[in-house]
Design a binder for this molecule. Sequence first.
Ligand code: SF4
Length: 226
Amino acid sequence: MANLSKRLQTNAEGNFFVDSTCIDCDTCRQLAPATFVEDGEYSTVFLQPKTAQEKFAAYQALIACPVGSIGVEKKDPEAFLKAQASFPLQIEGGVYYVGFNSGKSFGAHSYFIIHPDGNWLVDSPRYLKQLVQAFEAHGGIRYIFLTHEDDVAEAARYAKHFGATRIIHQADASAMPDAEWIIDGNDPLNVEPDFVCIPVPGHTPGSMVLHFQRRFLFSGDHLWWN
Ligand code: SF4
């Protein structure tokens, strides 16, 4: 939980604040762009949320923050629980942004794909009972696709609980050496009719992206600012 004594001076006066433990991962700015902006090496509260929707989004950001850098001076348990229950967050159809980003993967997003032939988790969130139950309610996890070595986080725990097959590229496999499926080479690989695993060495030698139904591209850090 954020520490008021570490509150950044840049925060707008008011209830929500970011403290100096922020790792500048961008999650809050994506979830609540009306409230959070980047300022140097941190995020900060640019405008305090005014509407109910802005407050809801700010609480979603507080919950998703991988390192607990967002705090409130006055807690609103009802708003907190409502935002917490909104994860995983539907993007479209059976594709969800999971939330609860993990500090172990520098705040990377993870995604859940519901599919009749078995569900997929793309990279790993924190390991939480709420998420385990949410995945169970949709039939569990068959595959865990790991875009690259930095974002494995709690994949091993989810794999063990659900008996899932972890997929990682050989060049990044030192991060998950006991993965059930290690892909080699640079050729795209079709898995089931709807999924294509595509090696994209660059950000790391074993980076891969996942193309789903020719509509979604889970790109990991392939499109990153390095
Ligand atoms: S989500 Fe947390 S760690 Fe990430 S930029 Fe926002 S305050 Fe910083």
